[in-house]
Design a protein around this ligand. Structure first.
Ligand code: SAM
Ligand code: DTB
Ligand code: SF4
Length: 347
């Protein structure tokens, strides 16, 4: 079935897009098509996204990851949203890299609480080789507990991704954050191309790619479509696409920005689901500020992963009890680790 949708300003005619029955894996999406999708009538967009979602996933399962900041603050990058940038007043101050014992204890707690993936973040421009040794030990530790591992350490040089792969790393998170056009408003210390280079190194090393961005930083809807089109036209779709709603942090340049209408996040999630049908789409930061109905619509639009545990890296996340109640209310079950391993994107 083909549903006609009205395109946005830079296209004058109605265009025909394969909305409802699509779900093909394509790498040739154009910006105009991505913009037309995100701009479609809300009900058409959500219906199409949920239809594609059901073809690829159990619609009542949501993957559960837990985050830990293993090195917090004092970051040399100038990301305008971030509490950990040394350029921002908000900077929480530089901590040392956490010990292996402390990481193991946190991973065990996450596992006992039901998380199947453990994600470790460090506020670095990129890891030094000495740091990488320590992080490799942490990855091995997480794997020995029977969990999937993910790290986000900034930019990687040649060879560093291979070392992470050897340590058993499952996912590397590195976000493009926003559209190429809006990017310079947010970060000046590393370029959009730098990010793509790191993503290529991760892909070449055979590590699953986790890459998404933030909405609500003052970009417009077409920027959100363009960011998603960028991801959907990489050589392979990222296996995991985290979509964060900006968490405004006092002392950052974006502290006073008007909150984005949650319907815009939901549109972005549905568009991600349509452009990258087999990827996990994570409803990431910003859930503490969202009501149950918004989160339910995010799942309906095709989100199927969350961060679980009351802290993200430096900001808050719903309490575990609150999320258990959310899942109960919606009849959602945590995705078992075996089911994740079976997903086409994980192979
Ligand atoms: N330092 C590493 C890097 O930037 O590659 C990894 C950690 S960084 C905090 C991971 C991602 O979290 C960022 O790329 C951004 O998309 C997201 N993030 C950071 N601060 C945020 C905030 N205040 N609100 C929403 N998302 C945020
Ligand atoms: C991602 O896209 N979101 C996570 C994870 N990747 C590392 C981080 C969210 C951070 C939110 C702000 C904070 O807690 O400092
Ligand atoms: Fe540093 Fe990452 Fe924060 Fe940017 S988002 S300032 S790179 S910790």
């Amino acid at each position: 079935m083909f549903i006609p949708v009205r395109t946005i300003a830079d296209m004058t005619d109605e265009t025909i897009l394969p909305l409802a029955s699509a779900g093909d894996i394509r790498y040739d999406w154009t910006k105009a098509q991505a913009r037309a999708l995100i701009d479609a009538p809300f009900n058409d967009l959500i219906h199409a996204a949920q239809t594609v979602h059901r073809k690829n996933f159990d619609a009542n399962q949501v993957q559960v990851s837990t985050l830990l900041s293993i090195k917090t603050g004092g970051c040399p990058e100038d990301c305008a949203y971030c509490s950990q940038s040394a350029h921002n007043e908000a900077d929480v101050g530089a901590d040392k890299l956490m010990s292996l014992e402390a990481v193991r204890a946190a991973a065990l707690r996450a596992k006992d609480a039901g998380a199947t993936r453990f994600c470790m973040g460090a506020a670095w421009r990129g890891p030094k080789d000495r740091d990488l040794d320590a992080v490799c030990d942490m990855i091995a530790e997480v794997k020995s507990l029977g969990m999937e591992s993910c790290v986000t350490l900034g930019m990687l040089d040649d060879g560093q991704a291979d070392r992470l792969k050897e340590a058993g790393l499952d996912y590397y998170n590195h976000n493009i954050d926003t559209s190429k056009a809006f990017y310079e408003q947010i970060i000046s210390t590393r370029t959009f191309t730098d990010r793509l280079d790191t993503l290529a190194r991760v892909r070449d090393a055979g590590i699953n790619v986790c890459c998404g961005g933030i909405v609500g930083m003052g970009e417009i809807r077409s920027d959100r479509a363009d960011m998603l089109q960028e991801l959907a036209t990489l050589t392979e779709h990222p296996e995991s696409v985290p979509l964060n709603m900006l968490v405004t942090v006092p002392g950052t340049p974006l502290a006073e920005i008007e909150p984005l209408d949650p319907l815009e996040l939901i549109r972005a999630i549905a568009t991600a689901r349509l452009l990258m049908p087999k990827s996990m789409v994570r409803l990431s930061a910003g859930r503490l500020e969202m009501d149950t109905s918004t989160q339910a619509l995010c799942f309906l639009a095709g989100a199927n992963s969350i961060f679980y545990g009351d802290t993200l890296l430096t900001t808050g996340n719903p309490a575990q009890q609150t999320d258990r109640a959310l899942f109960d209310k919606l009849g959602v079950r945590p995705m078992p680790i075996e089911a994740q391993a079976e997903l086409p994107a994980a192979k």
